[in-house]
Write a protein that binds this ligand. Structure first.
Ligand code: DCP
Ligand code: MG
Ligand code: MN
Length: 339
């Protein structure tokens, strides 16, 4: 219930009334009718009062205003705001932001924009916001994408991909990485490395994009394609998959890796992300560079800034253990790769 601000015009306590009204609205949303009544009474009193109320004592002298409200009235009169209201406003906004950040593909920036545009719920977004196709998918499958996937189901998704891929060529290999490889009981998504002993990255990409993805889309296993990238860091495909007889969509990430990079890719895709960052940092302190394609030596960096003059020479890419060795780090089982 909004207090019409118009009828407070000219009232010396208009600013105070407006803030008290916002508190009343807030408690109304919380279902705290007792406080709503207390605020309404105080507001009524102030509406009928024709001098500005500055102090707690002045407020207490008026009818229908108790100790706690009197303190608040004094705070508002002197600061033009009420910390309690700021808190009340901040908290839900924060929760909305958290909620929006759970939409696949929406980071802090997008989520903040949605909040700033006044959207409060996922339904608001679906009804009113202008969304990309992928954002719409992320919202429509919000609960699916934010629920954990049991190991057994992760394996079933992996098996579907393995079957389709070995149908194309029996030498293909599918390794499930991410939190699954670290031994977690449940995963946030399914991270699959696809590799072949003698197919290079370009042809790998062609086969996956032109044969595997269309095949698995036709059988309704793949239900959404969310992103495909091909950069220095390697080829990735992000999408969603669904098991037959299940209506739950799962987030699926594919990483396409030629065999001479498989060791570095395994390290990268096993994580966790913090472990990866610390390993990369360690490499750089030793004049080396680690990325998802390999470990490089003789990297020459600019004096200032982070630019590189020489990319360096790749010393290892194929052998996961050997990368640890060259780095001088004792081998860590995937399950121990957390910082
Ligand atoms: N990765 C990384 N840095 C990132 C994101 C990912 O190094 N910013 C690497 C490490 C992760 C792996 O990729 O372990 C897979 O990324 P996920 O986001 O799928 O993370 P996890 O599989 O570790 O956890 P979850 O169960 O949430 O999927
Ligand atoms: Mg994962
Ligand atoms: Mn992932």
């Amino acid at each position: 219930m909004k207090g019409g601000s118009g009828d407070n015009d000219g009232n010396p306590n208009a600013a105070t009334i407006s803030i008290l009204q916002q508190m009343a609205d807030y408690y109304g949303q919380m279902g705290d009718e007792w406080r709503v009544r207390a605020y309404r009474k105080a507001i009524g009193t102030l509406r009928n009062h024709h001098t500005k109320v500055w102090t707690k004592e002045q407020a207490l002298a008026l009818p229908q205003i108790g100790e706690r409200l009197a303190v608040k009235i004094e705070e508002i009169a002197h600061t033009n705001r009420l910390r309690r209201l700021d808190n009340a406003k901040a908290k839900p906004a924060d929760q909305i932001l958290q909620n929006f950040m759970g939409v696949y593909g929406a980071g802090f920036g997008t989520a903040s924009e949605w909040v700033a545009q006044g959207y409060r719920t996922l339904d608001d977004l679906l009804d009113k916001a202008s969304l990309t196709d992928n954002q719409r998918i992320g919202i429509e499958h919000y609960d699916d994408f934010n629920s954990r996937i049991p190991r057994a189901e992760v394996e079933q998704h992996g098996a579907v991909i393995r079957k389709a891929l070995t149908n194309i060529d029996p030498k293909f290999e599918v390794i499930i990485g991410g939190s699954y490889r670290r031994g977690k009981a449940t995963s946030g998504d399914i991270d699959c490395i696809l590799t072949h002993p003698n197919i290079d990255s370009t042809r790998l990409r062609t086969i996956i994009l032109q044969r595997l993805i269309p095949t698995l889309t036709k059988t309704n296993f793949l239900v959404a394609a969310l992103a495909a990238t091909s950069r220095d860091e390697g080829s990735k495909w992000h999408g969603a998959s669904r098991l037959r007889h299940s209506s739950t969509w799962r987030r699926l990430d594919l990483l396409l890796v030629p065999s001479d990079e498989i060791g570095a890719a395994l390290i990268y895709f096993t994580g966790d992300d913090v472990f990866n960052r610390s390993l990369r940092l360690l490499a750089s302190t030793k004049g080396m560079r680690l990325n998802q394609r390999g470990l490089y030596r003789d990297v020459v960096r600019e004096q200032r800034g982070r630019g590189k003059i020489s990319e360096g020479v790749r010393v290892e890419g194929r052998d996961e253990r050997r990368i640890f060795e060259v780095l001088g780090v004792p081998w860590r089982e995937p399950g121990d790769r957390i910082c």
